[in-house]
Design a protein. Sequence first.
Length: 558
Amino acid sequence: MGKRRRVAERRKTRPAVIGGVIAVVVGGAGIGAYALFGTGAAAEDGASTTAAAEREKSVRTGPLSAKEVTTAAQAFLTAWQQGEVTGAAAATDDAAAAKTLLAAYAKDAHIKDLTLTPGARTGDTVPFTVQGTVAYQDVSKPLTYRSSLTVVRRAADGRPLVRWQPSVLHPDLREGDRLVTGEAGTPPVRALDRDGDELTTDTYASLGPVLDGLREKYGKTAGGTAGVELRVVRGKASQKQELSDKTVLELSEGTPGEVRTTLSASLQTAAEQQVASRARASVVVLRPSTGEILAVANSNPGFNAAFQGSLAPGSTMKVITSSLLIEKGLASPEKAHPCPKYFTYGGWKFHNDDKFEIKGGTFKASFARSCNTAFISQAPELADDDLTRQAQQVFGLSLNNWAVGVPTFDGSVPVQSKAPMAASLIGQGGVRMNPLNMASVSATVKAGVFHQPYLVAPSVDGRTLATASRTMSADTLAKLRELMAYTAAYGTAAEAMAGVTGDVGAKTGSAEVDGQKKPNGWFTAYRGDLAAAGVVQAAGHGGDTAGPIVAALLKQGG
């Protein structure tokens, strides 16, 4: 009687006590889980009722054991594989959200006959391979992809559960996204480079997000017809981040329309090769005289960080800051300029890399050596919105109005005060950029005027490109070019730029990130009618990391 009462009490508290449901599911899935993983973990699920009751009396804490991780993973994967949606959902820490997506996986994505094969556990994470069939009307195709799950302790009782996130079902899914199979709402497009050659991910691995963006923007107007596909349909959160729908599997071909881009096949090939040699690398190459984007590449093909990244740009921001200081008469290349070891402003104590100082040096020396305090020391002379206005009015940034042809993040230079404002002068604080933005900064210096970067000519769809409200004076521009040229020849950019001849200029950057051992390395430069910028995240100083990537592309020309 006591045992029946305990069971009844657990049922009365449902759904808060999801653990009661999980215990039933895990117990029922134990044999399948054992076969799936080939371990003896299922024995725990067959433990006596008395032992289970004893475990419920105390909350388990501390690191998860290997057995706990594999057991929790077993419960989820086995139930999912067997089509037990409720059971699989209950094996996660968010049963409601998991159940919705798991049900849609079969109903909307039309994926069946699943085989889930786990890989070797790494800590609390278990990778696995998904094999199944996508069947829609009279068409079907096999589907294979890799994903992973992470096991966590539930706060209420310490029970190991799969941490629910949409990417467990498919790595391209984010919160609010769905997997849907059916006639694609947008016809496919055949993207061409500037010379009419086709651009595909088979040849250019990192162009996936770009091609997705082109399809979303131009698919309905480029003359194609839709096919049947399994697609990631973006939800509101992803749409706010300007992420495009993504084709996972094509079941029947549509007829593609054609979209010509400004990309150069030779430079795109070189850019792909350059980023492939480093993890988390991104680069963009522009033509300063027009704004045409000639190459864009990312070592992580799943996200277009080169266009949509939002990262502190570090000392590459000093190009914009220098233009501001020169305009205000606060700095000039050959004039003496302070570069102390430390400078305190707004309650923050700022210092230089390795805490160096330059005694009796010029502003040119400080720019070339990337002296932080040389810029921070001018913060007391600036208004809170000076840097924001300079970025917007001269460099066309932080206005959220670029019309590139695919989704982009146009940089952000928010108005700040005191210490955060000072930090923004050296590309920290609240300033956020990506390689597209910083390539545009160098392009503006080279051209003398801002030309909004674009990937598809505005004549294709009649869109209006963004403009800057003013240009730098001839004197300011000449001095800014002098600073960048000197840095390329004798400063922190000299080693990377060695052998890059002609009319050149460059600036390095290193951006500190909380919880990251090494900074993000930045580099922006121009040569003739080419401008480029790159970032290598968590890799070290820009001159050593992003510098060689950018310099190699400038050397190649185009």
